[in-house]
Design a protein around this ligand. Structure first.
Ligand code: C2E
Ligand code: CA
Ligand code: CA
Length: 730
């Protein structure tokens, strides 16, 4: 009786410990659950075979053991069965005490022999981390001289335990039974065990119990046979990495409990034997229940900040967190990339179709993107409005082509909502994660920067982030910064490049081209700043500014020939283009036929539906409309017929490259003939040599423009050029 009380008394610290541990464990698991990565996509398990053989230790409860019916059981086995269920495969468990042929073994679950079998040496991801605890009768003071016992494989995998416990005497044992015996009979003063097992160990006859958390985790892994293919190992790891810990927590605890209750005992004996454990279990379950309620509340709260209401995909916050976690545990050193996706001009959709349509568009983009990216998408979040972030594995050119094609599918899909008229473009920015230690926020910013660079009103764009881009961005920012100032201070100056009629040999007009002349006299050419202004919308102000300057230049020179002005496609589809142009020209009281509006072929073709109304309006009003850079875009000669233009400018590239060959010559000739038959005037730009000029004359081209006659000239130079032209006639 005395012994019984002593035992109860001595058990108290252990019971308290159990309770504390239960609280810690359940809390820990609840937290893990809350933050566990959700499985957004089922894992492709096609690389796996139907059956695998797995070696296990039959006397290693609660990890693995053989039950009365000769079946493999235990926590490790529960884990494996979870994987088998997930992947719809089967594991055949082979005891490492039976006579087996190592050739037939696919994987080893017994940590004990992890080094013994060298054919089986590839480690999986860790599927479970067991916190380790030091148990002993006396308070641990780190004193030398006391002996610590632990399982031998723990020392194999974690030699830092030696350092942690600063120990002279360390004895290792093959299984928990031997370890408990060693402790019970005083062979060792302390034992190192995993926290879960410590509640189940049969350590009875001890003088006292003291425990200390070692803050060490013991990682459980599967050892794969070296013959196993990379794809199979990847798949297993992926399943392990994606396991929701709540799914298996109960399995593992159940397995551990079952292991401790193995054996032929009556219920009463069991009660007596395991009274403490039973009390602890009831408390664990009770706490578990309370914590589940707490967890569900917590989950509702977290859903609120983690799930996008509109589309059901993650929020940006969740995306950042998930990506960070994934990169932290990326043990297979996969390469990932962050993709930023955005529909250009979404504001326009909202404004012209209304919010309801806008919302529907967002839902469709989200749905379509999910379907089209399919397996390669790991995380997917909506940031704001039409902006999405996607994490994928690094892809190859074939994948990129697939995704490009899938955007065409999306385009078709959106036509149902927006009508066939509307042209929408997607910008995609890609950031390849080279250094996973960088903040995810920075990576996403880089993907966004790349995406913004690609914004084009003409086509879908896929831009990869690069160091050059970063530099470019800095230049962009400085341009934008000084833009307003430059406009106010009239730093944008016009130059005029004469156009010569091949029919009359006289000046037929000029093209107005812009230059940015800074205060210090440095000249910046349009190619360097116009693309930037098109990206940030400033181009609209510049285009109207240029038109205004040209009008003011020609207004009191009535016999100055026709001058053409370039307009960006961006300006033409934004705002009230035709009315703005007309009001500027009316302001100067200029005959509109003295002004030619140049629109590039690509803008013309791509945004035809959006701007044709304005073009017709301007044309009816009396302006001359020119299609610029013909030959660089995709329009066919046939389409010229449907387009309402007065002038066709054959691109300079076309002149220099193709005019030299017979084939190129016949193409230019066909273009000129076709234009003639449609009463469209032809202008060849970039004429640099006499030979080119003579040939174009022979082919019937109406007007030429290029360095052969003159470079773009300042207004003063241009005026004197007109005066002297006939004299110096070429
Ligand atoms: P663009 O409209 O095709 O203008 C013709 C470009 O070719 C001009 O370059 C001109 O200087 C150049 N050029 C003229 N003759 C020759 C030649 O014989 N050989 C060669 N190799 N080049 C020649 P610039 O002035 O640098 O303008 C570049 C582009 O910038 C223009 O191409 C136009 O797209 C755009 N741009 C210029 N001014 C404006 C403007 O005021 N508004 C808008 N929206 N765009 C402008
Ligand atoms: Ca032009
Ligand atoms: Ca041109």
């Amino acid at each position: 009786m005395k012994n019984f009380w002593k035992s109860i008394y001595l058990r108290i610290p252990l019971t308290l410990y159990n309770i504390v541990l239960a609280v810690i464990l359940v809390t820990a698991f609840s937290c893990v659950t809350v933050y566990a990565t959700e499985e957004e996509n089922p894992i492709d398990t096609s690389a796996l075979a139907e059956t695998y053989t797995a070696l296990y230790a039959p006397d290693y409860a609660p990890y693995s053991y053989i039950d009365e019916d000769g079946e493999a059981q235990g926590m490790v086995i529960a884990m494996m069965e979870y994987i088998a269920d997930y992947a719809d495969i089967e594991f055949v468990y082979i005891s490492n005490e039976s006579e087996y042929d190592i050739e037939d073994i696919d994987m080893n679950l017994s940590m004990l022999e992890r080094d013994a079998v060298s054919e089986i040496s590839i480690e999986s991801s860790s599927y479970f981390e067991f916190p380790l605890t030091l148990l002993g009768a006396d308070e641990w003071d780190g004193a030398t001289g006391s002996v610590v016992g632990c399982l031998d494989y723990i020392t194999l995998s974690r030699d830092d335990i030696f350092k942690a416990i600063n120990q002279n005497g360390l004895r290792t044992y093959y299984n928990y039974e031997e370890l408990a015996d060693a402790y019970n009979n005083g062979e060792v003063d302390y034992i190192v065990v995993s926290s879960i097992v410590s509640t189940l160990l049969d350590i009875d006859d001890i003088a006292g119990t003291y425990n200390v958390s070692l803050s060490l985790d013991l990682e459980s892994v599967i050892m794969f046979n070296n013959d196993m293919s990379g794809a199979e190992i990847d798949t297993f790891n992926e399943i392990i990495d994606n396991i929701d810990i709540t799914d298996i927590y109960h399995l593992l605890v159940e397995a551990a409990m079952a292991a401790s209750m193995e054996g032929d005992v009556t219920f009463f004996e069991l009660m007596v034997l395991h009274r403490v454990e039973i009390v602890a279990t009831v408390i664990i379950l009770l706490l578990g229940w309370l914590l589940t309620i707490y967890y569900l509340r917590q989950k509702a709260l977290l859903d609120f900040i983690n799930v996008d209401k509109l589309t059901g995909v993650s929020t940006e916050r969740k995306f950042m967190e998930d990506t960070e976690n994934l990169l932290k545990k990326n043990m297979h050193s996969y390469k990932y990339q962050i993709i930023s996706l955005d529909v250009d001009n979404f504001k326009y959709i909202n404004e012209s179709f209304g919010m309801v349509v806008g919302t529907e568009v967002i839902e469709r983009i989200s749905e379509c993107t999910k379907n089209q990216f399919g397996d390669i998408m790991i995380f997917f979040a909506r940031v704001v409005a039409d902006k999405f972030l996607i994490l994928t594995r690094q892809w190859d050119d074939a994948t990129e082509t697939n995704i490009r094609n899938s955007i065409v599918v999306l385009e078709e899909n959106l036509k149902e909502v927006l009508g066939t008229e509307y042209r929408f473009h997607v910008s995609v920015g890609i950031y390849l994660i080279d250094d996973s230690s960088l903040p995810v926020r920075y990576m996403a910013d880089c993907a966004n920067i790349a995406r913004n660079q690609g914004k084009s009103i003409y086509e879908h764009t896929f831009i990869r982030f690069s160091k050059e881009l970063e530099t470019q961005l800095r230049v962009d920012n400085s341009v934008v910064g000084s833009m307003e100032y430059a406009l106010e201070n009239r730093e944008f100056k016009m130059v005029y490049q004469p156009k010569i009629s091949l029919k009359t040999g006289k000046i037929a007009g000029a093209e107005a081209l812009v230059r940015w002349v800074k205060v210090d006299g440095t000249q910046i050419f349009p190619d360097q700043f116009i693309p930037i202004l098109e990206r940030n919308g400033f181009i609209i102000s510049l285009d109207y500014y240029v038109l205004d300057s040209v009008c003011s230049f020609i207004k009191d020179k009535p016999d100055l020939h026709r001058v053409s002005v370039n307009f960006s496609g961006f300006t033409m589809i934004k705002g009230d283009f035709a009315n703005t142009v007309i009001s500027i020209v009316e302001n100067y009281n200029i005959d509109p036929s003295r002004l030619e509006i140049e629109v590039t072929e690509s803008a013309f073709v791509e945004s035809y539906d959006l701007m044709i109304g304005d073009i017709n309006r301007l044309r009816e009003y009396g302006f001359v409309i020119a299609m610029d850079d013909f030959g660089t875009g995709v329009s066919s000669l046939g389409r010229l017929n449907d387009m309402f233009i007065d002038v066709l400018k054959i691109d300079k590239q076309f002149i220099s490259d193709t005019l030299t060959g017979v084939r190129g010559r016949s193409i230019v000739s066909a273009v000129i003939d076709m234009a003639k038959s449609l009463h469209i005037e032809t202008v060849a730009e970039g004429v640099e040599t006499e030979e080119q000029m003579l040939l174009l004359k022979e082919l019937g081209c109406d007007i030429v423009q290029g360095y052969f006659y003159a470079r773009p000239l300042t207004p003063e130079q241009f005026l004197s050029y007109i005066e002297t032209f006939d004299i110096n006639k070429k």
